[in-house]
Design a protein around this ligand. Structure first.
Ligand code: 13P
Ligand code: SF4
Length: 339
């Protein structure tokens, strides 16, 4: 069945959904994928935003942090990464000697695009006291220039662990960065990037849906605009959304994040009613990059062992340090710190 060892690193809690495979998918394509997985001694990791049929064949479904933690500890020979390119790159950096494949190598991210490595280097050269924290949504070249990586699930913890005598440069998401500043009280220089999906939710649209469901709490991702975060009852990573919704007494819950999340939430909390927060201009709560991956492309990448993530040894070496630092800080138990 699952190729994930049950051993846990000391102090590390692994969030995410491990499929029981008690009732594995029965369609022919999914069955072929599971057969290929056994043949390749592969593990299939999928982000919470993947289409339902990919989530249902994955060994593990989770947020960026949970996926990086799984990639760090897997003993599988091949990692099949269903997410966007920077996530698969992170898995490769953690496993330089393993084959890491992904269904579509063009699955990018607007945050990654906003921050080219040479421009970051230019800004870094203006202040030798900068401590650069990069949100994991960036290229391996950018990771290689940073002191530490964070995800939305651990950003508060990572910022709190920053040496007091350093000036924080936070890249590339200005909304996550703004939220973390509010949580920690640490001033930071913010890169002006954003997630093109999460900035579509507006104060007006959230106010309207709240009026329609007056008793329903709003749960929003920290990549949302401040005007939306201010209306939310909870702001958290996709993985923490699962835990928060599970313990919430309300049946109706409004969700302001990418649409794929609803499949995971419905699976984990079948007794709840999840209401996708509407966007103002368009029905654009789907990430076109995440949705480039299909079950067919997943099958083909496993059948052909292609496309593979390829990175230079130098980039892997330099990008590994800030990722390891993140995993280490993340594993520390800090009482009273949810980050
Ligand atoms: P999470 O780490 O919360 O899953 O978010 C990743 C992402 O890309 C959000 O848009
Ligand atoms: Fe990037 Fe936004 Fe898509 Fe997440 S939802 S992968 S941040 S573009």
């Amino acid at each position: 069945m699952i190729d994930l060892p049950e051993v846990q690193l000391p102090g590390v809690r692994f969030g995410g959904l491990r499929q029981s495979m008690a009732a594995p998918p029965t369609d022919a394509l999914s069955k072929d994928i599971l057969a290929l997985k056994r043949k390749l001694h592969a593990v299939i990791l999928a982000h919470n935003y993947q289409v339902p049929e990919i989530q249902d064949v994955a060994d593990f479904v989770g947020d960026s942090l949970g996926l990086a933690q799984q990639a760090a500890k897997t003993n599988a020979e091949v990692i099949v990464f269903c997410g966007v390119h920077f996530m698969a790159e992170t898995a490769k950096i953690l496993n330089p000697h393993k084959v890491v494949i992904l269904p579509d190598k063009d699955a990018g991210c607007s945050l990654e695009e906003s921050c080219p490595a040479p421009k970051l280097q230019q800004l870094q050269s203006t202040n030798p006291r900068f401590w650069t924290i990069a949100y994991i949504n960036c290229s391996a070249d950018v990771k290689a220039l940073c002191d530490v990586i964070c995800t939305s699930g651990n950003a508060v913890k990572i910022v709190n662990a920053t040496p007091k005598d350093r000036d924080i440069l936070f890249v590339p998401d200005e909304n996550l960065g703004g939220w973390v500043m509010e949580q920690t009280g640490r001033p930071m220089t913010l890169w002006k990037g954003n997630c093109y999906v999460h900035v579509e939710w507006t104060h007006a649209a959230i106010t309207r849906i709240r009026q329609k469901y007056p008793g329903a709490p709003v749960v929003a991702h920290p990549e949302c605009l401040k005007a939306v975060r201010m209306l939310a009852d909870e702001v958290c990573s996709t993985e923490k959304m699962v835990a928060w919704c599970r313990q919430a007494p309300q049946k109706d819950i409004i969700i302001a994040t990418e649409a794929g999340m609803l499949h995971r939430l419905k699976k984990e909390c079948p007794d709840k009613n999840f209401i996708p927060a509407p966007t103002d201009k368009c029905a654009c709560n789907e990430c076109r990059f995440m949705k480039m991956n299909t079950l067919e492309k997943l099958h083909d990448c496993m059948a052909n062992l292609s496309p593979q993530v390829q990175l230079s040894a130098d980039v892997i070496r330099r990008a590994r340090l800030p990722i390891d630092r993140m995993l280490e800080i993340s594993s520390r138990d800090v009482i009273g710190n949810a980050g």
